[in-house]
Design a protein around this ligand. Structure first.
Ligand code: DAH
Length: 337
């Protein structure tokens, strides 16, 4: 082989290389074409190296420079092309075996759902069943039957969202008491979870829609002692037997006397254990029993209402109610069991 023939062979290799390189699309194909073109032991460049040794000594300097140029040109082309293919493969979502696998999100129940389930289980053990009522209610069920006097300020207090003349989004789950008593004769023991609505803006402690849990127990001879015993037992099971419970007076039109139950809890905010109001309760007002068609001379009973979101927040030290509505998986996955 003459020097000219050698230089010509180098040029041909340089000319052919781009087309060959353009065909490679995977890491394996790039490895193949790299070996074929510029491999040390075999391939086109290795062949030329063997030829180089056969050239006359005075031709080797030029031949050596030419072959080095070809080698670095091809290698540079291979590197650039391989990098851009790798980048494009990622961008358009095709298989990239070097990519770390996608993380699997573990589904979980919402912390408020978990609280409701847990409370429902405790009351199930105490003989309560679940009752549900509609979220769109009438003034009768939401207010009148619950002994709210007409134009009572409490109706405004509740910041009602009206749907029409007489229809509204229930402001509490208490109407389920009336609907249940209309449908079933005592003895009645029910727990009614559900959404309620109030004309509120979202802030750290308020939401325009939230969950409530209503409880109702009606039978012959039920007294305030039953109320205290049952709700204390609930608190003991939910918060643990070391937590203290206390009852204090409160007012709701549908109970007489009305009360609230406080539990000594640690909110996890560094302020230690303190009294926190957990629920409103009381002896069902005779007017409510009558409105529901129950003989208020024969039957008595008690009721309570609580907010599971508040309870979830106090339990987990959640400072802002809005995170319960965000559906942020980073928050929710912490409750996966
Ligand atoms: N309905 C009340 C509210 O939304 C909560 C409540 C208080 C329910 C006392 C009751 C009760 O059944 O006895 O604020």
């Amino acid at each position: 082989m003459t020097l000219d023939e050698f230089l010509e062979a180098c040029r041909r290799l340089a000319d052919e290389a781009p087309a060959r390189i353009a065909l490679a699309a995977s890491p394996a194909e790039f490895a193949d074409v790299r070996t074929q073109l510029v491999g040390r032991k075999q391939g086109r460049l290795a062949d030329l190296m063997t030829q180089l040794a056969t050239l006359p000594p005075d031709a080797r300097r030029d031949a050596g420079r030419a072959i080095n140029d070809v080698k670095s040109t091809i290698e540079q082309l291979l590197d650039e092309r391989e990098a851009s293919v790798r980048a494009a493969t990622r961008a358009d979502g095709a298989l990239d075996l070097s990519m770390p696998s996608r993380r699997r999100w573990k589904g979980s129940l919402h912390p408020v759902t978990l609280v409701i389930d847990e409370i429902a289980e405790i009351f199930r053990e105490l003989g309560f069943t679940i009752a549900l009522g509609p979220e769109a209610e009438t003034e009768f069920y939401n207010f009148t039957a619950l002994n709210f006097p007409a134009d009572h300020p409490a109706m405004e207090l509740h910041d009602t969202l009206y749907l029409g003349e007489d229809t509204l989004l229930r402001t509490h789950t208490s109407p389920v008491q009336v609907r249940t008593l209309q449908q079933y004769a005592p003895p009645v023991r029910i727990l009614a979870p559900g959404n309620v609505y109030r004309r509120d803006f979202f802030d750290a402690t308020h939401a325009p829609s939230f969950m409530q849990l209503e409880g109702l127990a009606i039978d012959e001879g039920i007294s305030f002692v039953d109320l205290k015993a049952t709700l204390s037992e609930f608190a003991r099971r939910f918060y643990g037997s070391t937590r203290r419970v206390r009852f204090g007076p409160s007012y709701f039109p549908f109970v007489e006397p009305g009360a609230q139950m406080d539990v000594e809890v640690d909110l996890g905010d560094g302020k230690g254990v303190r009294w926190v109001e957990i629920l409103g309760c009381g002896m069902v007002h005779p007017n409510v029993l009558s409105a529901a068609g129950v003989d208020s001379e024969r039957y008595t009973g008690w009721a309570f209402g609580m907010g599971p979101a508040r309870i979830a927040m106090s339990r987990h030290g959640i400072p802002d109610i809005r995170v319960l509505y965000d559906s942020d998986v980073r928050f929710l996955e912490q409750f996966a069991r």
